[in-house]
Design a binder for this molecule. Structure first.
Ligand SMILES: C[S@@+](CC[C@H](N)C(=O)[O-])C[C@H]1O[C@@H](n2cnc3c(N)ncnc32)[C@H](O)[C@@H]1O
Length: 310
């Protein structure tokens, strides 16, 4: 058996394990393979009848020819058209390059998750529009949202806002620096028939927004804070580093948390250490064991905490 045959067998075996669960949960998009075999440092995600393959760095990178062979073989084994298998190099990047456009020819489409619909695009950007590792966190936000005001900071395509709106949030504010992603967030709400005027969008640097809201004495009962590890957009005054700056960011966000409210904070930064001083600002509980879904347990990509307002 060739190495590629062994890879296909592993992916098919994983698929057999996961499809029943995914159907039961109403999930179209999930991780099928996560660096299971050291000779294939790949993450393979299915998004309905598409596959997205991310290639991680290693000493000897896969050649284009090898990667092509893998795509061909997986497309054949999983009965997916070869044109619906996309690949991306996953490098540790900083700054604007993170969301560099890749190919405009790949169409956008919608995937279902827990009864909701999300627009994804597997070709245009490094990320697809839906971070699959936060699927459980989104459901937690839906369950916590009823009757509450919701703030989604660093919102990307607004998936947390969609869940909060579906869960009955009284109102929501979705904040992101990017015009493209704000438009995507609006479309995601519209795809679910949730685009009422109680849901508003602010295109702004999150730190500037927090300062403005603090001065206006605004309060939110439920807040999602899922910042990038680094941000050095031209529109920001200075570069942001989650490890260095999270205490100040959490302090500024807690200023907007209503008494009895909940702030969910998550980061993907590898080796992240939560500043112990945070415990003096709020009651903090790590909930990563609940938020990391079963298809991501092998390499938990994020950690998540809940901070209770006092
Ligand atoms: C890691 S994603 C957030 C993921 C999102 N919470 C989700 O689960 O879908 C980072 C987002 O932060 C936005 N962003 C980066 N720097 C920002 C800043 N200073 N202020 C507001 N948004 C920013 C980017 O445009 C991007 O949409």
């Amino acid at each position: 058996m060739s190495a590629i045959d062994a890879l296909c067998n592993r992916v098919l075996k994983n698929q057999r394990h996961l499809t029943k669960w995914a159907r039961r949960e109403g999930i179209d998009a999930y991780r099928l393979y996560d660096r299971d075999m050291p000779e294939f440092p790949l993450a393979i995600d299915c998004y309905a009848d598409w596959l997205n393959i991310q290639v991680f760095e290693r000493k000897r990178p896969l050649t284009v020819h090898e990667l092509d062979g893998i795509c061909e073989a997986l497309a054949a084994e999983l009965a997916i058209p070869r044109t619906q298998v996309t690949t991306k190099a996953r490098r540790r990047q900083r700054g604007p390059d993170q969301y560099r456009p890749l190919s405009n020819r790949v169409p956008s489409f919608q995937v279902g998750e827990h009864g909701l619909e999300f627009e994804v695009n597997l070709g245009r950007y490094l990320d697809t529009g839906l971070f699959l590792d936060h699927r459980n966190t989104r459901r937690i936000i839906r369950d916590a949202a009823s009757g509450r005001s919701f703030l989604n900071l660093f919102a990307y395509t607004g998936s947390f806002t969609v869940y909060a709106a579906a869960g009955g949030a009284r109102r929501s504010v979705t904040v992101d620096l990017s015009k493209t992603y704000q438009a995507w967030s609006r479309r995601n709400l519209a795809h679910n028939g949730l685009n009422g005027t109680q849901h508003s969008f602010v295109q702004s640097d999150a730190l500037t927004f927090l300062e403005r809201m603090r001065r206006a004495r605004a309060r939110f009962e439920l807040i999602m804070l899922d910042p990038p590890s680094f941000s050095n957009s031209k529109r920001m005054h200075e570069a942001f580093d989650i490890q260095r700056d999270h205490q100040a960011l959490l302090r500024a966000t807690l200023d907007l948390l209503a008494p009895g409210g909940e702030l969910y904070f998550s980061t993907n930064r590898r080796g992240f250490q939560l500043d112990p001083g945070i415990a003096e600002l709020a009651r903090v509980v790590e909930i990563s064991a609940k938020t990391v879904p079963r298809d991501f347990k092998r390499y938990a990509p994020h950690r998540c905490w809940i901070l209770h307002g006092t």
